[in-house]
Design a protein around this ligand. Structure first.
Ligand SMILES: [Zn+2]
Ligand SMILES: [Zn+2]
Ligand SMILES: [Zn+2]
Length: 253
């Protein structure tokens, strides 16, 4: 798994902000909107297609995507959908988008031009697939969906092998905990140190990582309010890390 973006909805730096984080020259303080990619020998799966997707794919050298998993309908996770046409031009077929019914409805509303039966060639070609309630295969990648809450909005996150990716959640129902046992690497959202109504805080995410006994935990979807990467990282205990754009984690299937 590669983290393509580790920032919250505005990204870091925030336009116009002169805070210590937004003016930092440390590359780890530059965070595009949250997204990740899963790659096996034969299959590439993108998790979320946010507004920075085009640049993230260019930066990671990715021009082949077998499917996109969408966690939820917020713009910082969907606004790059139009740029999937670049992949269509290469692949010459539509891209499966795995999501919930509610997410599909929202995408159909917000990108209505995609679904209007126009034969204009610059329109992205996507087709919806429903995320099932149990594990499913995309190519040779076995994906375990995790049904979580982002305040009162359902969010679907994913476990692959011994790695789980949890973004935009602040509540993991107990019934999902059994799917999170035996993790070597957990990537989980931690917006900032202060509590937030729809994201885990750093302290909440740290506690969760300990409660789940994960070996390594990486915090993502980070706001400039978190503080500078190097400063906050120095405060964390062993095997607990702020994620950064470009972070690569091995996955043992
Ligand atoms: Zn988000
Ligand atoms: Zn700032
Ligand atoms: Zn969200």
């Amino acid at each position: 798994m590669k983290i393509l973006g580790s920032g919250t909805s505005q990204g870091v730096p925030v336009i116009g902000c002169k805070c210590r984080v937004c003016t930092s020259v440390d590359a780890n303080d530059h965070r595009l909107r949250s997204s990740a990619i899963l790659q096996s020998a034969t299959t590439t799966v993108l998790i979320d297609s946010g507004p920075d997707m085009r640049y993230q794919l260019l930066r990671a050298g990715i021009d082949d995507i077998d499917a996109v998993l969408i966690t939820h309908q917020h713009q910082d996770h969907t606004a790059g959908i139009d740029d999937l046409r670049a992949i269509n031009f290469i692949q010459k077929h539509s891209i499966p988008i795995y999501c919930s019914e509610a997410v599909e409805m929202r995408i159909r509303e917000q990108y209505s031009y995609i679904f209007q039966n126009s034969d204009y060639p610059g329109i992205p070609q996507i087709n919806f697939r429903r995320i099932p309630s149990n594990s499913f295969l995309i190519g040779d990648i076995k994906v375990q969906p995790l049904f979580l809450w982002h305040a009162d909005l359902p969010v679907i996150c994913f476990r692959v092998g011994d790695c789980a990716y949890i973004t935009d959640a602040n509540n993991i129902p107990k019934r999902e905990w059994k799917k999170l046992q035996g993790l070597e690497n957990l990537v989980i959202n931690a917006l900032r140190k202060e509590k937030h109504h729809s994201h885990f805080s750093l302290e909440e995410a740290l506690t969760l990582a300990d409660d789940l006994s994960v070996t390594n935990c990486y915090f993502t979807h980070i706001s400039h309010q978190m503080g500078r990467h190097a400063t906050v990282q120095a405060e964390l205990k062993q095997n607990r890390f702020l994620a950064w754009d470009g972070l690569e984690l091995p996955i043992n299937i």
